[in-house]
Ligand binder design. Sequence first.
Ligand SMILES: O=C(O)CCC(=O)C(=O)O
Ligand SMILES: [Fe+2]
Length: 286
Amino acid sequence: MQDLYPTRGASEVVTPRQDPVVWGPVSSPELASFERDGFLAVDQLITDDEVAVYRAELDRLVTDPAVRADERSIIEPKSQDVRSVFEVHRISEVFARLVRDERVVGRAREILGSDVYVHQSRINVKPGFGASGFYWHSDFETWHAEDGLPRMRTVSVSIALTENLDTNGGLMIMPGSHTSFLGCAGETPKDNYKKSLQMQDAGTPSDEALTKFADAHGIRLFTGRAGSATWFDCNAMHGSGDNITPYPRSNVFIVFNSVENTAVEPFAAPVRRPEFIGARDFTPVR
Ligand SMILES: O=C(O)CCC(=O)C(=O)O
Ligand SMILES: [Fe+2]
């Protein structure tokens, strides 16, 4: 299959986006702003009562020793706390229900203009007192290079399960950055994912490129109470800082991919990542 988005070669290279942002009709102001900015912030996607249910389920998962021992769990190197748990829509009936919720999957279908399946889901716990951040990246760069997603027809939603303050490591996005693809320099080592989930290396933009992007687009920090959400395009340049406050910043992320954009072989990696990180079951969410 033709590679529309070269990356991980000898040098960093910018390719203009070759794909629409909104694949269905741009039929509302929300969709128009998503198309322009590459994100859409929602004040209250789920109610306080629902937040309580999902928050309790997150707490249950991160304290369950069996979940902690599972390969789906990523442990914070310094504190030994659970940092992320992947594939929560498969190991938890509660999060499976959230994925099927019309407020969630319905919007994903609208943006991607087709039926959708879950490419990845995870909770990011970001406990207080030192949880580390996520360095700047485009998710699509990794999903294309390492999981074999051919086109930019994938969207993420991050739902806050604790208040996202301006101090506790909230998500930052460069508005409008989704229209340029930054192909990164450097080959992908085998088993890159094990390291990159804790600390990024291959697939990391240079300081020069990040400066250009930030100068052109600015940086927006997303804050909001528990129950708020941020939709963001797969190629939006984003990241988050460490959380040194006492207040955890815990979110659930769901990544929807179009059933018309199913994964092929990785475009720039020696091996596929495991299925709990990059799904190979393309069953549409119903
Ligand atoms: O949780 C965050 O702050 C960002 C997470 C993220 O970008 C990722 O896991 O790809
Ligand atoms: Fe990301």
